[in-house]
Design a protein around this ligand. Structure first.
Ligand SMILES: Cc1cc2nc3c(=O)[nH]c(=O)nc-3n(C[C@H](O)[C@H](O)[C@H](O)COP(=O)(O)OP(=O)(O)OC[C@H]3O[C@@H](n4cnc5c(N)ncnc54)[C@H](O)[C@@H]3O)c2cc1C
Length: 480
């Protein structure tokens, strides 16, 4: 029987971010990572070919390794903002993490193409290779780390929850890259879904020359989106990024609920939406540029009849309506939920006996949260101490539920500010949005810190408002 100190299930972004900090902070421990995928990077292996991070890569991935290519886009709808790492770049990055950071420690075993089958009371885990019958038993001497909490669902692997007639031409967005192989191109495209994948698909179609009038878009819900302009990293962008945080706190002082909070932030373009005439009912923490929104606004044939229940040739069926579309339309299925609603709720304490269940500490910054959880695991003794710094944050679904996520994030940050150990970790962590930037400015006594002073004043004044909204939103989230 093999033995390891930590058995991590999941070699996605979260499992790898945890492993990276764990081996750095505990120079003795051994780690085994199990994943059914053949390559590291989790869902990025299954993503559509034109996927990209929607946030700058400066704060994504693992703590010990920056992305190699951080530059400002000089063209396209993201012009003037940090370039977004493509899916291929994200996968290459995680492969480098495994091969150049984790395996060279000699303390990490990576079992690709292996299915985790559960752990018994003696901490003996069953691990099954996908391509042979030689089941393994691995003893997790210290802990089992569940890095599968988000149950990420992407178009190429999810199960559709609507009927599709046999004659219908329907593909996941990744298949658009294969269209050049067809002799005849579709005359009409129907995008199904209102999330970030659908938005990427709309931008891709228009950038590749499809006329906006040849696209129909089924959008059951409108979404609020973070304006990427306010999420740019580094000292030069500190004032802009702080402006959004300050505006959020000030809006909390005026708003009666999360929906109003977002409306206020939308008035100054801190938050964006594609159709300004429709009240958004969704907020999934996606980031977008004004340029991308402008491209998407060119698609005016938007179908708002709720979720599709069936597709027949030339016809979309909804619970209370049917909508005709051109007979030979190509339907593009962007209805996978990324993080399914049922996993948006917090599961259990992050530190719970012999199990660590990785969940967001700063919603929705999942790799930062995983790296910090590994630091907390090594820096403190008891579960009680650890959980004091690690309240699981919910991945809320709607504008009205969002203040709950924001409240937990801010309360965790408040707890971290009381710990010199965590403060030191944050000041050196590339994954923490403000961490090293602020530490450097403080060391230099930079005048740019004035923005931080205003932020602190806003916290002192409006944290009670955020808690008021957050507690009401918690009830909303738990009822959804
Ligand atoms: C298209 C897209 C773009 C995104 N962009 C961003 C972004 O810009 N910024 C951001 O912060 N977040 C983004 N996200 C959120 C995203 O979910 C996270 O960034 C992250 O990649 C999730 O990683 P994960 O490790 O939690 O999950 P996954 O990538 O799903 O990894 C979990 C792994 O666990 C494995 N696994 C599960 N169960 C078992 C089992 N029983 N046995 C063996 N293996 C198992 C799976 O095979 C999988 O590889 C994006 C998500 C999507 C879908």
């Amino acid at each position: 029987m093999d033995e390891t100190d930590y058995l991590i299930v999941g070699a996605g972004a979260v499992g790898l971010a945890f492993a990276d900090t764990l081996v750095a902070e505990d120079p003795e421990c051994t780690v085994t990572i199990v994943d059914r995928h053949a390559k590291p990077g989790g869902h990025w292996n299954d993503a559509y070919g034109f996927v990209a991070l929607h946030q700058p890569s400066a704060n994504y991935g693992v703590n010990s390794l920056a992305f190699p290519n951080e530059h400002i886009d000089t063209h396209g709808p993201n012009m003037g903002l940090f370039a977004l790492a493509s899916g291929a770049e994200v996968l290459a990055y995680f492969e480098t993490v495994v091969n150049s950071r984790l395996l060279p420690t000699g303390r990490v075993t990576y079992l690709a193409s292996h299915e985790f089958g559960g752990m018994d009371e003696d901490r003996k885990a069953t691990v099954r290779p996908l391509f042979s019958d030689e089941e393994k038993t691995i003893k997790a001497g210290r802990k089992l780390v569940d890095a599968t909490f988000y149950q990420t669902s992407v178009p190429s692997t999810h199960n559709r929850n609507f009927e599709v007639a046999e004659s219908v031409d329907i593909v996941p967005p990744g298949a658009l890259l294969e269209l050049w192989k067809r002799d005849d191109q579709p005359e009409h495209f129907v995008i199904l879904g209102a999330g970030k994948t659908a938005m990427d698909t709309g931008v891709w179609l228009i950038q590749n020359g499809v006329a906006p009038e040849d696209i129909s878009w089924v959008r059951p819900r409108e979404s609020w989106l973070w304006n990427r302009k306010y999420t740019q990293p580094g000292a030069d962008n500190l004032e802009t990024s702080m402006a959004m945080q300050i505006a959020l706190l000030e809006a909390a002082g005026k708003a009666q609920d999360g929906a109003e909070l977002m409306r206020i932030l939308g008035e100054d373009d801190f938050y964006l939406r594609i159709d300004e005439s429709v009240e958004p009912e969704m907020f999934h923490f996606a980031t977008i540029s004004q340029g991308e929104v402008d491209v998407l606004r060119r698609i005016t044939n938007v179908i708002r009849e709720g979720r599709v229940t069936a597709i027949e040739q030339g016809r979309l069926v909804f619970a209370d309506a049917e909508v005709e579309v051109p007979r030979d339309s190509l339907f593009i299925d962007c209805t996978a939920s990324a993080v399914p609603l049922e996993t948006r709720r917090t599961k259990r304490p992050i530190f719970d006996g012999d199990t660590i269940t990785l969940q967001p500490l700063h919603v929705p910054v999942v790799t930062f949260s995983a790296a910090l959880a590994a630091f907390i695991e090594t820096a403190f003794e008891t579960d009680e101490e650890k959980n004091r710094f690690a309240t699981p944050g919910p991945l809320t679904d709607t504008p009205t539920a969002f203040p709950y996520a924001q409240m937990v994030t801010m309360m965790n940050r408040g707890a971290w500010s009381q710990s010199p150990e965590i403060g030191k970790f944050l000041s050196q962590s590339r994954l923490d949005f403000g961490g090293p930037t602020l530490a450097k400015l403080v060391a230099e006594g930079s005048p740019k810190l004035a923005a931080l002073g205003k932020f602190q004043q806003a916290i002192a004044k409006h944290m009670p408002d955020m808690i008021r909204l957050g507690l009401a939103a918690k009830a909303v989230h738990e009822g959804q």
